[in-house]
Design a protein around this ligand. Sequence first.
Ligand code: ADP
Ligand code: MG
Length: 256
Amino acid sequence: MTKIISIANQKGGVGKTTTSINLATSLSAINNKVLLVDADPQGNASTGVGIPYENRSPSLYDLIVNREFDAKSIIKTIVPDLDIITANTNLAASEIELANIENREFVILEILSKIKNYDYIIIDCPPALGLLTINSLVASNSVIVPLQSEFFALEGVSSLVSSIQLIKENFNNSLRVEGIVLTMVDKRNSLSALVEKDVRDHFGEIVYKTTIPRNVKISEAPSHGKPAILYDVNCSGSMAYIGLAKEIINRQGLIK
Ligand SMILES: Nc1ncnc2c1ncn2[C@@H]1O[C@H](COP(=O)(O)OP(=O)(O)O)[C@@H](O)[C@H]1O
Ligand SMILES: [Mg+2]
């Protein structure tokens, strides 16, 4: 059974792509076969695992437009047991193209249902609640929401929660929130601690015990075309993402 997890938050810059790349890498490092799906037209997840622009064809956009899975779209990354379906700027047009077709919420689900042999599929969602994110959530078993530990962390979370609820009611009744992960946490900053307390008071158990620290190695890694875990496995950020992967695996079965 493949478990499909979307990494979603309509806010930009909260750590979706960083979490997608490093969680996917960590899961593969602990003996899972993982497929990363880059569903953001910015293509940062594709860049972050070292796939040059010219190697992104067919990309997710082609699969969506043709409404058909193509095995050639699956590309091996430098990480063993981690493959990717890439994205490029073409994908932006799919928001418009999807709008005009029948069953437009189910296109990514149809594509991913053809893909077997992975333990996990991780989808990096764009920073919007448009059709790409809706398609990703419809295709997923669960969603992980990264929250940046800053003053406005909870801003917009209620509209994300209501979108998830709507998708659950209308298109995918088994969708659930896998968890909330606090990113860019700065333990020396008292505001960061306050935000963490606030988020935990508000959401309780669903917030992972593991938090991701603000760590310069994490932000440097993509410019080397490598997940942080490959760039520097011992940095605090890499260790946190490996911890998060373990917590996710251990939690399975504990939550209904
Ligand atoms: N834990 C972290 N420590 C330091 N920088 C981070 C961390 N997580 C993300 N970043 C940086 O913050 C920026 C936004 O992160 P990103 O993952 O691209 O967010 P999103 O996909 O939600 O837009 C990027 O430049 C990224 O390198
Ligand atoms: Mg992103």
